[in-house]
Write a protein that binds this ligand. Structure first.
Ligand code: TZP
Ligand code: MG
Length: 210
């Protein structure tokens, strides 16, 4: 497991096979990487553990070649098995202190914060970055806490010293606003995964936030 010396969270792709329109997650990631995504989280809610691991290995080869970190959603065991850069954990997933016990010291741990309190606790617990979740309401994930909005991004940004990434309902129309509110990056699912051309979509987002 190797950790990049500095992680670029600017354009953070989160995968979702149910939105890939028949393309494999590997294909979507390959296209998005050529469009400039800087970080990839493999988020598999339906795949078997074995498929998750096989897919993660294949995607890691692609990302290693470009120096882009692979983060695994929820599954510390999968991250360990494939030597991913780290994991992303929500408020109902494994507690950060347990994940730290299992993972090597260099592993990245991102935590979804649904409130300012969550963000402060994540930083105290040693998180590497915060996902402000959700910034806006999104059909991609409906079992979320109430949207925190741009104001939530601002408040969390000024309260913590670690990188802050916005997620939820972010696309071309509002990406720049999220960055202006102080985010270090935007994490997107549908804006890239469901796009006709993930490469073009990533490029266009990059232009908005760059
Ligand atoms: N966590 C909070 S919102 C969300 C996740 C995984 C989904 C974001 O999807 P989209 O399509 O970028 O709104
Ligand atoms: Mg989770």
């Amino acid at each position: 497991m190797s950790r990049p010396s500095t992680v670029d969270y600017t354009l953070y792709l989160v995968t979702d096979r149910s939105l890939s329109r028949g393309r494999s997650t590997l294909e979507v990631v390959r296209s998005a990487v050529s469009g400039g995504v800087t970080c990839v989280q493999l988020r598999e809610k339906e795949a078997s553990t074995r498929t998750f691991i096989e897919e993660a290995r294949a995607i890691k080869v692609l990302l290693d070649d470009k120096g882009i970190p692979l983060i695994i959603n929820d599954r510390v065991d999968v991250a360990l098995a494939v030597g991913a850069a780290g994991v992303h954990l929500g408020q109902s997933d494994m507690h950060i202190r347990d994940a730290r016990r299992l993972l090597p010291p260099e592993a990245l741990i991102g935590i979804s914060a649904e409130s300012l309190e969550d963000a402060l606790a994540a930083e105290r617990g040693g998180a590497d970055y915060i996902g402000v979740s959700p910034v806006f309401a999104t059909p991609t994930k409906t079992d979320t806490a109430l949207p925190l909005g741009l104001d939530g991004v601002r408040k969390i940004r000024s309260a913590v010293g670690i990188p802050v990434v916005g997620i939820g309902g972010i696309g071309l129309a509002n990406a720049a606003e999220v960055m202006m509110a102080g985010a270090d990056g935007i994490a997107v699912v549908s804006a890239i995964v469901a796009a006709d051309d993930p490469q073009k979509a990533a490029k266009a987002l990059k232009k908005k936030i760059g």
